[in-house]
Design a protein around this ligand. Structure first.
Ligand code: ZN
Length: 329
């Protein structure tokens, strides 16, 4: 253990920039990375404001942050895919490679996964981190550190678009225009959707999503989303509906949105259990998919950034220096 400075969530509503013991020994297969940029995730904000997110509760001081990019400063024995000086981003969830879920390729749902800023694992709002080389990805020269940090949330969008099994020309609906909903919409467009109808009640969020060609914003304060989807699809319905709001309200009419034989992809986590209209799903033979984080998405997300087909820079709202972090809330 090494004493290092980090942004620590002491408990709900209390942040401190202070020294804390973190593991920084570079073992075999590991690399040390000087952190350059860390994105602030909705989950970091939830931990600060509510002290928990879903089943994950902050019961001890925890370093926040899991969306990170930086530069390799040291490599451990046996590492061949990276060298000192490489610019990289890191996948924050490390599964047990020998677990049954990992061997099936679904390492994101490995019950033993250790994920940054999810107790007992600390996050990376700190100058250095040691990480497995296998979960560290080289950034092409034309992909910035800020974009590198955004690979993490975008990987959720990639996982959702992959699970949706999009066919070129599909019409999708995204419920919820927060950062994840917007990234799902962008990934769905990159995956071949002709248009994505994005629904929210916050106009500023819709305005950001609407900067992307192919996004049709719908403010649900002004318009009924079921009627609007029916109007835009001549009464047929959307091929894919992504639920990214986590809102119980959004789920009341969700089965009215897809076309017969369409799909619903659940991305948002509701705080409490919600009622679901199973009969509505049965009578259309809807396919329902679930998304928890991502697996095997980082390399393809980076390839989309490098190609210029996906530009997430419009989503960067503010930047803070590390030394100012405890004062930025
Ligand atoms: Zn995140």
């Amino acid at each position: 253990m090494t004493k290092v400075r980090a942004l620590v969530l002491e408990r709900q509503h209390e942040l401190a920039l202070r020294d804390i013991d973190l593991p920084l020994d570079v073992g075999p297969g590991m690399v040390k990375i000087a952190i350059h940029t860390v994105g602030v995730c909705g989950s970091d904000v939830h931990y600060y404001t509510h002290g928990k997110i879903g089943p994950f509760v902050v019961t001890a001081p925890m370093v926040l942050g899991h969306e990170a990019a930086g530069t390799v400063t040291e490599i451990g024995a046996g590492v061949t895919n990276l060298k000192v000086g490489d610019r990289v981003c890191m996948e924050p969830g490390i599964p047990d490679p020998n677990s049954r879920a990992s061997r099936l390729g679904m390492y994101n749902v490995d019950p033993a996964v250790r994920f940054w800023a999810t107790l007992p694992i600390h996050g990376v709002l700190t100058p250095e981190v040691v990480h497995p080389a296998n979960y560290t990805f080289k950034l092409p020269d034309n992909v910035s550190f800020a974009e590198g940090a955004m690979v993490e949330p975008f990987a959720v969008g990639m996982q959702a678009a992959t699970k949706a099994r999009i066919t070129p020309g599909d019409t999708a609906v995204v419920l919820g225009a927060g950062p994840i909903g917007t990234m799902v919409a962008i990934a769905a467009l990159a995956g071949g959707c002709a248009r994505v109808i994005v629904a929210d009640l916050a106009q500023p969020k819709l305005d950001i999503a609407a900067r992307y060609q192919g996004v049709i914003p719908v403010n649900i304060r002004e318009k009924n989303i079921v009627e609007e989807v029916a109007r835009l699809t001549e009464g047929w319905g959307a091929d894919v509906v992504f639920e990214c709001s986590g809102s119980p309200h959004a789920r009341k009419t969700i089965m009215d949105l897809p076309r017969p034989g369409g799909a619903i992809v659940v991305v948002g986590l509701p705080v409490d259990p919600v009622a679901v209209d199973i009969a509505g799903a049965s009578t259309k033979e809807l396919r329902i998919e679930n998304v928890f984080r991502y697996a095997h998405q980082y390399d393809r997300a980076i390839a989309l950034f490098a190609s210029g087909k996906v530009d997430l820079k419009p989503l960067i709202s503010e930047t803070f220096a590390f030394e100012d972090l405890d004062r930025c809330v």
